[in-house]
Design a binder for this molecule. Structure first.
Ligand SMILES: Nc1ncnc2c1ncn2[C@@H]1O[C@H](COP(=O)(O)OP(=O)(O)OP(=O)(O)O)[C@@H](O)[C@H]1O
Ligand SMILES: [Mg+2]
Length: 217
């Protein structure tokens, strides 16, 4: 699966999700590469913090120019089970490159109307891509959400007339996610079997279709 985290709005949690999704897939035994478009998405900073804390990177990582993404993907798709793409904010060119390359796009967004409204330009580009790429799928992922918020499977959101599915997996506002970004640790490394890990596992199973670790040996 080639999955991209996209939203032109800064600070919505793309990089936090990219590293923790890649990490969870790796912990489940999958071969994963995390791609950072143009080296400005923020995964490089997280990886540097992880190295500074003496932690091995559990997945591969690479920086790739947005203009090279589509051409470069063939090699990655052949060598890895999953490709996770983090994208910079405020770059429609990078967003378009990710939409061309990805099989599925996740659009993290805070779960309030104003934030969804700010995402309209992103949604417009995603919906245009869905119209011309029948194999592409996309969903909103509610991020930094309050504790009580629940999403029924199969839910959709309509933003300025644009309709998109909403992931049943909700990423809540949690200290473990902030700490993960500050330390370069994955959420299960900070807190075993914690609620942040449960949020990530839910999104992994919904997006990548994995429920349990593969049987090896
Ligand atoms: N679910 C969450 N709960 C608490 N804090 C979060 C959560 N998601 C992200 N954060 C915090 O919000 C900040 C922005 O997150 P992140 O860097 O992942 O967003 P981004 O969309 O990649 O932003 P940028 O535009 O800088 O690339 C970080 O400081 C991170 O620690
Ligand atoms: Mg980022």
């Amino acid at each position: 699966m080639i999955a991209a985290l996209v939203n032109l709005t800064p600070g919505v949690g793309r990089t936090m999700l990219a590293v923790n999704l890649a990490g969870e897939l790796a912990l489940q035994g999958r071969r994963v590469v995390l791609l950072d478009i143009d080296g400005v998405s923020g995964t490089g900073d997280w990886i540097a913090r992880r190295r500074a804390n003496g932690m091995p990177l559990l997945f591969d990582s690479a920086t790739i120019a947005g203009t090279q993404l589509w051409h470069g993907l063939g090699g990655f798709a052949a060598s890895f089970d999953h490709v996770v793409i983090d994208t910079p904010s405020r770059s429609p060119a990078a967003l378009r490159a990710a939409l061309l390359a990805a099989e599925t796009v996740l659009i993290p967004t805070r779960p309030d109307r104003a934030s969804l409204g700010r995402g309209a330009a992103t949604l417009q580009l995603v919906i245009e891509a869905l119209a011309v790429e029948p194999a592409l799928t996309a969903s909103l992922v509610l991020s930094k959400a309050p504790d009580g918020l629940r999403v029924e499977p199969g839910s959709e959101a309509t933003v300025m007339g644009l309709r998109l599915p909403v992931s049943a997996a909700v990423i809540r506002q949690r200290q473990a996610f902030t700490d993960s970004m500050d330390t370069g640790l994955l959420v299960p490394e900070l807190e075993m079997a914690g609620q942040a890990e449960a949020d990530i596992r839910h999104l992994v199973s919904e997006t990548f279709g994995l429920a349990t670790a593969p049987v090896t040996g």
